[in-house]
Write a protein that binds this ligand. Sequence first.
Ligand code: FAD
Length: 436
Amino acid sequence: MKKKIVIIGSGPAGLICALCCCQNGIEPSDILIIERDSEIGGTLNQCIHSGFGKSYLDEVITGTELASILSDGIRQLGIECVTNSTVLSVDKSKRIRLVSPTYGYCTIKAEAIVLAMGCREKTKGALQIGGTRPAGVFSAGAVQRIVNIKGYMPGKKTVVLGSGDLAMIVARRLTIEGGRVICVCEPKEYVEGSDEKYKECLQDFGIPLYCSHTVTKIFGKERIEAVEIAHVDKRGKAIKGTAKKIKCDSFVYQCGLVPENEIIKETGIRLDTRTRGAYVNQYFETNVKGVFTCGNAVRIHDLVDYIVEEALIVASSICKYFNKEMEKPKNVIRIKNGDRVLYSVPQHLDVYDESLEGSVIYFRVNGRYDNLLITLKCDGKEIYTREKGKMSYLETGKILITQDLAKELEKAKEIVICASEKKNGNDIDNYGKNNE
Ligand SMILES: Cc1cc2nc3c(=O)[nH]c(=O)nc-3n(C[C@H](O)[C@H](O)[C@H](O)COP(=O)(O)OP(=O)(O)OC[C@H]3O[C@@H](n4cnc5c(N)ncnc54)[C@H](O)[C@@H]3O)c2cc1C
């Protein structure tokens, strides 16, 4: 079977990319979306809370509402979307192997591919908690799915580990559904998620938060009966003599998300060890021509708004690819992560006939800072500085390449993004270690 464009994954990244390809003149019949779940919409289907759609629709709606608006759009255009279908692998020559109730086991040869497989939760093994592994131990995402989609309560008395937005949203949901969240433990000294979510989800519902605490043991044979929590030091090590046993019938943990890219192992696509997504240029094209990627498969996003931006970029890049505007770059500029910068996407800028003006560099810093200054150095020369003020590693920073910046950059070999901390308003402190 042959197809012009195959999109793997039907979360907001995949669906918005498909809709925008059609707005850019691609025939709906040239697109195939493959989704392993029974419904399209991806993570949005389990997010019944508000906070989605700002940049795409200019109104704030729930995740499920956004999923339904996008699905309607796909249906109205008649874009083929095969569900319950899992892509097993993709190879260098853009052959996709999948198992599907519609096509059975088959191979599709695509002219262009969009990798939009989202991310998965890290497993509880990563936490190395002692004790047994009885029933009643869940990841936060699994609980969100069980409660919001399946309609079951995973337990009545729960201890939650982790205070990221997802863990706090889940603690609130369990409380609204009639359960009791005994406490949320956070190994760090501060709340991991946003202040807004801490207020809305924990404070407003009277759920206690214990910072500098972790879960050190799980008790129970068939079903979980209790957990042991303990105070931790700055390095996250449990402090002797502080352990406390708490009775509960469920334990929910959140220990991070990781881009889902296992199916591209055979493609030779280069992965960034920091983002765990593919190395991309400003068009979100990988090092394999015609293979693009967007959404949580590229990096873990804080907001769908950035996923929308990426999906729009990929949709327009696909048109450029078919118009042969992206054959061989005249110059490739490497983007390096300097002081306090955790990662940046894209990882390089490819200079074709089109100017770099309008391209965007997204980045994250490696901690929480009150007064940050962001600088861009081009072949050693500082060409950009912006006061960013307060910024945390949970947020995405953005540098828009203006006409003037583009002129400076186009012949460069390398640019470095750095963040320095401004102390007392004026003194720029450069004590940070380089992350390279
Ligand atoms: C609990 C939670 C709360 C959030 N709250 C907010 C919020 O308030 N505001 C906001 O803006 N954002 C929020 N987000 C973020 C946002 O929902 C996600 O970042 C976004 O849905 C990711 O979109 P995506 O398309 O990249 O991936 P996903 O939505 O995860 O979609 C990826 C799809 O690919 C499919 N897939 C994967 N592998 C394969 C394969 N091999 N074959 C076929 N299909 C495959 C998956 O089944 C999935 O449907 C939240 C996220 C979570 C988890």
